[in-house]
Design a protein around this ligand. Structure first.
Ligand code: NAD
Length: 451
Protein backbone atom coordinates (compact mmCIF):
# COMPACT_ATOMS: atom_id res chain seq x y z
CA UNK A 1 0.00 0.00 0.00
CA UNK A 2 1.43 3.42 -0.90
CA UNK A 3 1.62 6.12 1.73
CA UNK A 4 1.11 9.86 1.65
CA UNK A 5 3.22 12.31 3.63
CA UNK A 6 1.25 15.34 4.75
CA UNK A 7 3.22 18.56 5.32
CA UNK A 8 2.71 21.74 7.29
CA UNK A 9 3.26 24.40 4.60
CA UNK A 10 4.45 26.93 7.20
CA UNK A 11 7.31 24.71 8.35
CA UNK A 12 7.70 22.20 5.46
CA UNK A 13 7.74 19.52 8.19
CA UNK A 14 5.70 16.28 7.92
CA UNK A 15 2.67 16.20 10.20
CA UNK A 16 1.15 12.87 9.15
CA UNK A 17 1.83 9.73 7.17
CA UNK A 18 -1.29 8.11 5.76
CA UNK A 19 -2.08 5.05 3.67
CA UNK A 20 -3.49 5.95 0.23
CA UNK A 21 -6.54 4.21 -1.13
CA UNK A 22 -6.32 2.47 -4.48
CA UNK A 23 -9.00 1.47 -6.96
CA UNK A 24 -10.06 -1.64 -5.00
CA UNK A 25 -10.45 0.36 -1.80
CA UNK A 26 -12.47 2.96 -3.66
CA UNK A 27 -14.79 0.22 -4.89
CA UNK A 28 -15.05 -1.14 -1.34
CA UNK A 29 -16.01 2.31 0.02
CA UNK A 30 -18.66 2.71 -2.68
CA UNK A 31 -19.98 -0.76 -1.79
CA UNK A 32 -20.17 0.20 1.91
CA UNK A 33 -22.05 3.38 1.03
CA UNK A 34 -24.41 1.40 -1.20
CA UNK A 35 -25.20 -1.08 1.56
CA UNK A 36 -25.81 1.77 4.03
CA UNK A 37 -28.14 3.68 1.68
CA UNK A 38 -31.53 1.93 2.15
CA UNK A 39 -31.46 2.23 5.93
CA UNK A 40 -30.19 5.82 5.85
CA UNK A 41 -32.86 7.02 3.42
CA UNK A 42 -35.46 5.35 5.64
CA UNK A 43 -34.40 7.24 8.78
CA UNK A 44 -37.32 9.44 9.78
CA UNK A 45 -36.62 13.05 8.77
CA UNK A 46 -36.90 14.25 12.35
CA UNK A 47 -34.22 11.76 13.40
CA UNK A 48 -31.93 12.58 10.46
CA UNK A 49 -32.30 16.20 11.48
CA UNK A 50 -31.29 15.34 15.07
CA UNK A 51 -28.18 13.49 13.87
CA UNK A 52 -27.05 16.45 11.77
CA UNK A 53 -27.72 18.78 14.70
CA UNK A 54 -25.59 16.54 16.92
CA UNK A 55 -22.79 16.67 14.33
CA UNK A 56 -23.02 20.49 14.31
CA UNK A 57 -22.73 20.50 18.09
CA UNK A 58 -19.74 18.15 18.02
CA UNK A 59 -18.03 20.45 15.52
CA UNK A 60 -18.59 23.32 17.96
CA UNK A 61 -17.26 21.26 20.85
CA UNK A 62 -14.14 20.34 18.86
CA UNK A 63 -13.71 23.78 17.28
CA UNK A 64 -10.22 24.40 18.64
CA UNK A 65 -8.96 20.99 17.61
CA UNK A 66 -10.44 21.25 14.09
CA UNK A 67 -9.09 24.78 13.64
CA UNK A 68 -5.62 23.64 14.67
CA UNK A 69 -5.70 20.70 12.23
CA UNK A 70 -6.82 22.98 9.40
CA UNK A 71 -4.28 25.66 10.30
CA UNK A 72 -1.38 23.20 10.41
CA UNK A 73 -2.35 21.36 7.26
CA UNK A 74 -3.26 24.35 5.05
CA UNK A 75 -1.13 27.09 6.67
CA UNK A 76 -4.23 29.10 7.57
CA UNK A 77 -3.92 31.75 10.29
CA UNK A 78 -5.46 30.23 13.41
CA UNK A 79 -8.02 33.02 13.95
CA UNK A 80 -9.32 32.57 10.37
CA UNK A 81 -9.34 28.78 10.74
CA UNK A 82 -11.49 29.13 13.86
CA UNK A 83 -13.96 31.30 11.96
CA UNK A 84 -14.10 28.68 9.21
CA UNK A 85 -14.94 25.97 11.74
CA UNK A 86 -17.73 28.23 12.99
CA UNK A 87 -19.14 28.25 9.48
CA UNK A 88 -18.92 24.44 9.29
CA UNK A 89 -21.06 24.17 12.44
CA UNK A 90 -23.56 26.65 10.98
CA UNK A 91 -23.74 24.61 7.78
CA UNK A 92 -24.69 21.45 9.70
CA UNK A 93 -27.16 23.38 11.85
CA UNK A 94 -28.73 24.79 8.70
CA UNK A 95 -29.12 21.39 7.00
CA UNK A 96 -30.38 19.84 10.25
CA UNK A 97 -33.16 22.40 9.99
CA UNK A 98 -33.62 21.84 6.26
CA UNK A 99 -34.32 18.09 6.41
CA UNK A 100 -37.97 18.57 7.32
CA UNK A 101 -38.49 21.61 5.11
CA UNK A 102 -37.49 20.11 1.80
CA UNK A 103 -40.70 18.64 0.45
CA UNK A 104 -42.74 18.18 -2.67
CA UNK A 105 -45.86 19.86 -3.95
CA UNK A 106 -49.29 19.01 -5.26
CA UNK A 107 -50.16 20.18 -8.75
CA UNK A 108 -53.72 20.69 -10.01
CA UNK A 109 -54.45 18.30 -12.88
CA UNK A 110 -57.55 16.77 -14.45
CA UNK A 111 -58.91 13.42 -13.29
CA UNK A 112 -56.69 12.81 -10.28
CA UNK A 113 -54.05 14.09 -7.92
CA UNK A 114 -50.52 14.89 -8.92
CA UNK A 115 -47.73 15.20 -6.40
CA UNK A 116 -43.96 15.47 -6.34
CA UNK A 117 -41.45 13.82 -4.05
CA UNK A 118 -37.82 14.68 -3.39
CA UNK A 119 -35.92 11.43 -3.63
CA UNK A 120 -32.29 10.92 -2.60
CA UNK A 121 -29.89 9.97 -5.39
CA UNK A 122 -28.09 7.08 -3.66
CA UNK A 123 -24.31 7.04 -3.25
CA UNK A 124 -22.72 10.38 -4.02
CA UNK A 125 -19.02 11.09 -4.55
CA UNK A 126 -17.74 14.33 -3.05
CA UNK A 127 -14.41 15.63 -4.36
CA UNK A 128 -12.83 18.51 -2.51
CA UNK A 129 -9.83 20.84 -3.11
CA UNK A 130 -7.06 21.83 -0.69
CA UNK A 131 -7.84 25.49 -0.06
CA UNK A 132 -10.89 25.15 2.25
CA UNK A 133 -10.90 21.41 3.01
CA UNK A 134 -13.23 21.35 6.00
CA UNK A 135 -15.59 24.06 4.83
CA UNK A 136 -16.11 22.67 1.36
CA UNK A 137 -16.53 19.15 2.76
CA UNK A 138 -19.36 20.45 4.95
CA UNK A 139 -20.99 22.37 2.07
CA UNK A 140 -21.39 19.05 0.27
CA UNK A 141 -21.93 16.69 3.20
CA UNK A 142 -24.69 18.81 4.77
CA UNK A 143 -27.14 18.77 1.85
CA UNK A 144 -26.13 15.27 0.70
CA UNK A 145 -26.91 13.75 4.11
CA UNK A 146 -30.00 15.91 4.65
CA UNK A 147 -31.50 14.51 1.43
CA UNK A 148 -30.83 10.92 2.54
CA UNK A 149 -27.80 10.08 0.39
CA UNK A 150 -24.75 8.17 1.55
CA UNK A 151 -21.36 9.57 0.59
CA UNK A 152 -17.77 8.83 -0.34
CA UNK A 153 -15.74 11.96 0.30
CA UNK A 154 -12.31 12.45 -1.24
CA UNK A 155 -10.29 15.32 0.18
CA UNK A 156 -7.30 16.70 -1.74
CA UNK A 157 -4.02 14.81 -1.38
CA UNK A 158 -2.33 17.80 0.29
CA UNK A 159 -5.01 18.37 2.96
CA UNK A 160 -6.83 15.19 4.05
CA UNK A 161 -6.63 15.60 7.85
CA UNK A 162 -9.72 17.64 8.74
CA UNK A 163 -12.06 15.50 6.59
CA UNK A 164 -10.83 12.36 8.36
CA UNK A 165 -11.57 13.94 11.75
CA UNK A 166 -14.98 15.12 10.54
CA UNK A 167 -15.88 11.55 9.54
CA UNK A 168 -15.00 10.38 13.07
CA UNK A 169 -17.26 13.07 14.51
CA UNK A 170 -20.07 11.98 12.18
CA UNK A 171 -19.83 8.47 13.65
CA UNK A 172 -19.70 9.86 17.17
CA UNK A 173 -22.84 11.88 16.38
CA UNK A 174 -24.61 8.60 15.67
CA UNK A 175 -24.68 8.73 11.88
CA UNK A 176 -24.54 5.02 11.03
CA UNK A 177 -21.42 3.27 9.81
CA UNK A 178 -21.11 3.32 6.01
CA UNK A 179 -23.05 6.58 5.52
CA UNK A 180 -19.96 8.82 5.54
CA UNK A 181 -16.84 7.31 4.00
CA UNK A 182 -13.62 9.26 3.54
CA UNK A 183 -10.89 8.10 1.17
CA UNK A 184 -7.39 9.53 1.14
CA UNK A 185 -5.87 9.13 -2.30
CA UNK A 186 -4.95 10.56 -5.64
CA UNK A 187 -7.36 12.41 -7.86
CA UNK A 188 -6.24 10.32 -10.82
CA UNK A 189 -7.02 7.09 -8.92
CA UNK A 190 -9.73 7.57 -6.27
CA UNK A 191 -11.30 10.68 -7.84
CA UNK A 192 -11.44 9.26 -11.32
CA UNK A 193 -12.80 5.92 -10.09
CA UNK A 194 -15.62 7.71 -8.23
CA UNK A 195 -16.42 9.68 -11.37
CA UNK A 196 -16.63 6.54 -13.50
CA UNK A 197 -18.18 4.15 -10.96
CA UNK A 198 -21.61 2.95 -12.01
CA UNK A 199 -22.87 2.78 -8.42
CA UNK A 200 -22.09 6.45 -7.81
CA UNK A 201 -25.12 8.52 -8.75
CA UNK A 202 -23.62 11.97 -8.54
CA UNK A 203 -20.33 13.81 -8.18
CA UNK A 204 -20.20 17.03 -6.20
CA UNK A 205 -16.88 18.46 -7.35
CA UNK A 206 -14.97 21.54 -6.27
CA UNK A 207 -11.62 22.23 -7.89
CA UNK A 208 -9.98 23.65 -10.97
CA UNK A 209 -11.82 24.23 -14.23
CA UNK A 210 -9.29 21.94 -15.94
CA UNK A 211 -10.12 18.94 -13.73
CA UNK A 212 -13.80 19.94 -13.81
CA UNK A 213 -13.76 19.29 -17.56
CA UNK A 214 -12.33 15.80 -16.96
CA UNK A 215 -15.00 15.11 -14.34
CA UNK A 216 -17.73 16.14 -16.77
CA UNK A 217 -16.27 13.94 -19.51
CA UNK A 218 -15.83 10.99 -17.15
CA UNK A 219 -19.39 11.29 -15.86
CA UNK A 220 -20.87 11.08 -19.35
CA UNK A 221 -20.73 7.28 -19.65
CA UNK A 222 -23.00 6.69 -16.68
CA UNK A 223 -25.04 9.91 -17.20
CA UNK A 224 -23.96 10.81 -13.72
CA UNK A 225 -25.25 14.01 -12.15
CA UNK A 226 -22.48 16.52 -11.56
CA UNK A 227 -22.21 19.84 -9.86
CA UNK A 228 -19.03 21.72 -10.58
CA UNK A 229 -17.65 24.50 -8.43
CA UNK A 230 -14.61 25.64 -10.36
CA UNK A 231 -12.12 28.47 -10.70
CA UNK A 232 -12.67 32.20 -10.81
CA UNK A 233 -11.11 35.47 -11.86
CA UNK A 234 -13.41 37.85 -10.10
CA UNK A 235 -13.51 41.63 -10.30
CA UNK A 236 -13.59 44.19 -7.53
CA UNK A 237 -15.12 47.20 -9.27
CA UNK A 238 -14.46 50.57 -7.61
CA UNK A 239 -16.44 53.54 -8.97
CA UNK A 240 -15.42 57.17 -8.44
CA UNK A 241 -18.41 57.79 -6.15
CA UNK A 242 -17.42 54.98 -3.73
CA UNK A 243 -16.20 55.48 -0.19
CA UNK A 244 -12.61 55.05 -1.36
CA UNK A 245 -11.13 54.66 2.12
CA UNK A 246 -13.52 51.86 2.94
CA UNK A 247 -13.09 50.16 -0.44
CA UNK A 248 -9.29 50.33 -0.21
CA UNK A 249 -9.25 49.04 3.37
CA UNK A 250 -11.35 46.03 2.33
CA UNK A 251 -9.76 45.22 -1.05
CA UNK A 252 -6.62 43.45 0.28
CA UNK A 253 -8.76 40.98 2.22
CA UNK A 254 -10.80 40.23 -0.91
CA UNK A 255 -7.71 38.82 -2.56
CA UNK A 256 -5.07 38.04 0.08
CA UNK A 257 -7.33 36.09 2.45
CA UNK A 258 -6.20 32.46 2.51
CA UNK A 259 -3.04 33.78 0.79
CA UNK A 260 -5.08 34.38 -2.36
CA UNK A 261 -5.87 30.66 -2.61
CA UNK A 262 -9.53 31.43 -2.85
CA UNK A 263 -11.81 30.74 -5.81
CA UNK A 264 -13.66 33.98 -4.90
CA UNK A 265 -10.50 36.11 -4.82
CA UNK A 266 -11.23 39.50 -6.38
CA UNK A 267 -7.85 39.42 -8.08
CA UNK A 268 -8.80 41.98 -10.75
CA UNK A 269 -9.24 45.36 -9.05
CA UNK A 270 -11.00 47.60 -11.59
CA UNK A 271 -10.77 51.27 -10.64
CA UNK A 272 -12.36 54.28 -12.36
CA UNK A 273 -9.56 56.35 -13.89
CA UNK A 274 -10.62 59.61 -12.20
CA UNK A 275 -9.80 58.11 -8.77
CA UNK A 276 -7.19 55.55 -9.84
CA UNK A 277 -4.09 57.27 -8.40
CA UNK A 278 -5.75 58.09 -5.09
CA UNK A 279 -7.16 54.57 -4.75
CA UNK A 280 -3.80 52.98 -5.61
CA UNK A 281 -2.13 54.97 -2.82
CA UNK A 282 -4.78 53.91 -0.29
CA UNK A 283 -4.62 50.30 -1.46
CA UNK A 284 -0.84 50.16 -1.08
CA UNK A 285 -1.14 51.52 2.46
CA UNK A 286 -3.81 48.97 3.33
CA UNK A 287 -1.84 46.11 1.78
CA UNK A 288 1.25 47.12 3.75
CA UNK A 289 -0.87 46.51 6.86
CA UNK A 290 -1.65 42.84 6.09
CA UNK A 291 0.10 40.80 8.79
CA UNK A 292 1.92 37.90 7.10
CA UNK A 293 3.61 35.25 9.20
CA UNK A 294 3.29 32.38 11.66
CA UNK A 295 -0.22 30.87 11.30
CA UNK A 296 -0.21 29.99 15.01
CA UNK A 297 0.01 33.68 15.97
CA UNK A 298 -3.48 35.01 16.76
CA UNK A 299 -2.64 38.31 15.03
CA UNK A 300 -1.57 36.76 11.70
CA UNK A 301 -3.79 37.51 8.71
CA UNK A 302 -1.95 35.66 5.94
CA UNK A 303 0.02 32.42 6.03
CA UNK A 304 2.12 30.62 3.41
CA UNK A 305 1.08 29.08 0.11
CA UNK A 306 0.23 25.39 0.07
CA UNK A 307 3.37 23.98 -1.59
CA UNK A 308 6.68 24.74 -3.25
CA UNK A 309 5.27 23.81 -6.65
CA UNK A 310 2.32 26.14 -6.18
CA UNK A 311 4.64 28.98 -5.13
CA UNK A 312 6.55 28.56 -8.39
CA UNK A 313 3.32 28.78 -10.32
CA UNK A 314 2.26 31.97 -8.48
CA UNK A 315 5.68 33.56 -9.02
CA UNK A 316 5.42 32.96 -12.76
CA UNK A 317 2.64 35.57 -12.92
CA UNK A 318 4.73 38.43 -11.54
CA UNK A 319 6.94 39.60 -14.39
CA UNK A 320 6.69 43.38 -14.43
CA UNK A 321 4.74 46.54 -13.49
CA UNK A 322 4.95 45.73 -9.78
CA UNK A 323 3.29 48.53 -7.84
CA UNK A 324 3.90 47.04 -4.40
CA UNK A 325 5.50 43.96 -2.88
CA UNK A 326 5.06 43.35 0.85
CA UNK A 327 7.22 41.50 3.33
CA UNK A 328 7.08 37.77 3.94
CA UNK A 329 9.08 35.50 6.23
CA UNK A 330 12.22 33.90 4.84
CA UNK A 331 13.44 30.39 5.61
CA UNK A 332 11.24 27.32 5.93
CA UNK A 333 7.66 27.64 4.64
CA UNK A 334 6.17 28.34 1.23
CA UNK A 335 5.93 32.11 1.72
CA UNK A 336 4.94 34.66 -0.87
CA UNK A 337 4.46 38.39 -0.27
CA UNK A 338 1.29 40.37 -0.97
CA UNK A 339 1.88 41.78 -4.45
CA UNK A 340 0.05 44.47 -6.46
CA UNK A 341 0.71 44.88 -10.17
CA UNK A 342 -0.65 47.26 -12.81
CA UNK A 343 -2.12 45.45 -15.79
CA UNK A 344 -4.56 45.53 -18.66
CA UNK A 345 -7.34 43.00 -18.87
CA UNK A 346 -5.49 41.29 -21.74
CA UNK A 347 -2.43 40.43 -19.65
CA UNK A 348 -1.99 36.84 -18.50
CA UNK A 349 -2.33 37.92 -14.88
CA UNK A 350 -5.82 39.24 -15.60
CA UNK A 351 -6.91 36.20 -17.63
CA UNK A 352 -5.74 33.20 -15.61
CA UNK A 353 -6.41 32.22 -12.03
CA UNK A 354 -3.20 32.97 -10.06
CA UNK A 355 -4.46 31.45 -6.79
CA UNK A 356 -1.93 33.41 -4.78
CA UNK A 357 -1.57 36.83 -3.10
CA UNK A 358 -1.21 38.79 -6.33
CA UNK A 359 -3.76 41.37 -7.48
CA UNK A 360 -3.92 43.28 -10.76
CA UNK A 361 -5.04 46.91 -10.83
CA UNK A 362 -6.86 47.82 -14.03
CA UNK A 363 -8.26 51.30 -14.82
CA UNK A 364 -11.61 51.92 -16.56
CA UNK A 365 -13.29 55.08 -17.89
CA UNK A 366 -17.00 54.68 -17.24
CA UNK A 367 -19.74 52.26 -16.15
CA UNK A 368 -20.08 50.66 -19.58
CA UNK A 369 -16.37 49.90 -19.76
CA UNK A 370 -16.36 48.57 -16.17
CA UNK A 371 -19.11 46.07 -17.08
CA UNK A 372 -17.39 45.09 -20.32
CA UNK A 373 -14.01 44.48 -18.65
CA UNK A 374 -15.46 42.72 -15.59
CA UNK A 375 -17.32 40.32 -17.91
CA UNK A 376 -14.32 39.83 -20.21
CA UNK A 377 -13.21 36.53 -18.65
CA UNK A 378 -14.19 32.90 -19.18
CA UNK A 379 -15.10 32.69 -15.48
CA UNK A 380 -18.07 34.03 -13.50
CA UNK A 381 -17.88 33.15 -9.83
CA UNK A 382 -17.80 36.16 -7.57
CA UNK A 383 -17.20 39.91 -7.42
CA UNK A 384 -17.77 43.19 -5.62
CA UNK A 385 -19.07 46.61 -6.59
CA UNK A 386 -18.16 49.74 -4.63
CA UNK A 387 -20.46 52.74 -5.13
CA UNK A 388 -22.79 54.97 -3.11
CA UNK A 389 -25.31 55.13 -5.96
CA UNK A 390 -27.92 52.44 -5.32
CA UNK A 391 -29.20 52.61 -8.89
CA UNK A 392 -25.72 51.97 -10.24
CA UNK A 393 -25.19 49.16 -7.70
CA UNK A 394 -28.29 47.36 -8.93
CA UNK A 395 -27.70 48.10 -12.64
CA UNK A 396 -24.16 46.77 -12.51
CA UNK A 397 -25.17 43.80 -10.34
CA UNK A 398 -27.66 42.73 -12.99
CA UNK A 399 -25.15 43.26 -15.81
CA UNK A 400 -22.28 41.23 -14.33
CA UNK A 401 -22.25 37.59 -15.41
CA UNK A 402 -21.26 36.05 -12.13
CA UNK A 403 -22.93 33.83 -9.54
CA UNK A 404 -22.19 35.74 -6.35
CA UNK A 405 -21.85 39.49 -5.89
CA UNK A 406 -21.54 41.87 -2.99
CA UNK A 407 -22.03 45.63 -2.92
CA UNK A 408 -19.75 47.68 -0.66
CA UNK A 409 -18.53 44.43 0.89
CA UNK A 410 -16.13 41.52 0.29
CA UNK A 411 -18.63 38.94 1.41
CA UNK A 412 -18.83 35.75 -0.69
CA UNK A 413 -20.28 32.86 1.27
CA UNK A 414 -22.91 32.45 3.92
CA UNK A 415 -24.29 29.10 5.06
CA UNK A 416 -27.86 30.09 4.11
CA UNK A 417 -27.38 31.69 0.68
CA UNK A 418 -26.66 30.07 -2.70
CA UNK A 419 -23.08 29.92 -3.90
CA UNK A 420 -21.83 28.89 -7.33
CA UNK A 421 -20.66 30.02 -10.71
CA UNK A 422 -21.71 31.17 -14.14
CA UNK A 423 -19.85 30.11 -17.30
CA UNK A 424 -16.57 28.22 -16.77
CA UNK A 425 -16.80 28.69 -13.01
CA UNK A 426 -19.18 25.75 -13.09
CA UNK A 427 -22.82 24.98 -12.43
CA UNK A 428 -25.03 23.94 -9.55
CA UNK A 429 -25.31 25.77 -6.26
CA UNK A 430 -23.91 25.01 -2.83
CA UNK A 431 -25.22 26.26 0.51
CA UNK A 432 -28.70 27.45 1.41
CA UNK A 433 -31.82 25.61 0.30
CA UNK A 434 -30.60 25.68 -3.33
CA UNK A 435 -27.95 23.02 -2.61
CA UNK A 436 -30.70 20.48 -1.85
CA UNK A 437 -31.67 20.55 -5.53
CA UNK A 438 -28.30 19.07 -6.41
CA UNK A 439 -28.64 16.13 -4.02
CA UNK A 440 -32.17 14.99 -4.82
CA UNK A 441 -34.33 14.03 -7.79
CA UNK A 442 -37.87 15.22 -8.29
CA UNK A 443 -40.30 12.34 -8.71
CA UNK A 444 -43.78 13.05 -10.04
CA UNK A 445 -46.64 10.72 -9.07
CA UNK A 446 -50.12 10.92 -10.56
CA UNK A 447 -52.97 9.11 -8.88
CA UNK A 448 -56.17 8.70 -10.85
CA UNK A 449 -59.17 9.45 -8.66
CA UNK A 450 -61.92 9.00 -11.21
CA UNK A 451 -63.66 5.64 -10.98
P1 NAD B 1 -7.83 20.36 -8.47
O1 NAD B 1 -8.81 20.49 -9.56
O2 NAD B 1 -6.41 20.08 -8.82
O3 NAD B 1 -8.24 19.20 -7.46
C1 NAD B 1 -9.51 19.19 -6.83
C2 NAD B 1 -9.83 17.78 -6.37
O4 NAD B 1 -9.99 16.96 -7.53
C3 NAD B 1 -8.73 17.12 -5.54
O5 NAD B 1 -9.30 16.35 -4.52
C4 NAD B 1 -8.04 16.22 -6.56
O6 NAD B 1 -7.40 15.12 -5.97
C5 NAD B 1 -9.20 15.78 -7.41
N1 NAD B 1 -8.86 15.32 -8.76
C6 NAD B 1 -7.74 15.58 -9.47
N2 NAD B 1 -7.78 14.95 -10.67
C7 NAD B 1 -8.97 14.29 -10.71
C8 NAD B 1 -9.60 13.47 -11.68
N3 NAD B 1 -9.02 13.20 -12.85
N4 NAD B 1 -10.80 12.95 -11.41
C9 NAD B 1 -11.41 13.24 -10.23
N5 NAD B 1 -10.86 14.00 -9.27
C10 NAD B 1 -9.64 14.53 -9.51
O7 NAD B 1 -7.98 21.69 -7.60
P2 NAD B 1 -7.10 22.15 -6.36
O8 NAD B 1 -5.75 22.54 -6.88
O9 NAD B 1 -7.21 21.17 -5.25
O10 NAD B 1 -7.94 23.45 -5.90
C11 NAD B 1 -7.78 24.67 -6.47
C12 NAD B 1 -8.88 24.94 -7.50
O11 NAD B 1 -10.15 24.77 -6.89
C13 NAD B 1 -8.87 26.37 -8.00
O12 NAD B 1 -9.07 26.38 -9.39
C14 NAD B 1 -10.06 27.00 -7.29
O13 NAD B 1 -10.62 28.11 -7.95
C15 NAD B 1 -10.99 25.87 -7.22
N6 NAD B 1 -11.98 26.11 -6.16
C16 NAD B 1 -13.28 26.39 -6.51
C17 NAD B 1 -14.22 26.65 -5.52
C18 NAD B 1 -15.64 26.94 -5.86
O14 NAD B 1 -16.48 26.80 -4.97
N7 NAD B 1 -15.97 27.34 -7.08
C19 NAD B 1 -13.84 26.62 -4.17
C20 NAD B 1 -12.52 26.32 -3.86
C21 NAD B 1 -11.60 26.05 -4.86
Amino acid sequence: MSTLTVLNPATEQPIAQLPQADMAETDAAVARAKVAFPAWRAVAPVDRSRLLRRLATLVEEHADELARIESQNVGKPIAGARAEVGMVANVFHFYAGAVEKHYGETIPVAGGIDMTFREPLGVVGLIVPWNFPLNISSWKLGPALACGNTVVLKPAELTPLSALRLAELALEAGIPEGVVNVLVGKGSVVGQRLVEHEDVAKIGFTGSTEVGREVMRGAANTIKRVTLELGGKSANVVFEDADLERAAAAAPYAVFDNAGQDCCARSRILVQRSVYDRFAELLIDATRGVRVGDPEDEQTEMGPLISAQHRESVASFVDGNVLFRGDAPTGAGFWFPCTLVEATNDDRIAREEVFGPVAALIPFEDEAEAIRVANDTPYGLSGSIWTKDVGRALRVSRALETGVLSVNSNSSVRHSTPFGGFRQSGFGRELGMHALEGYSEVKNVYVATDT
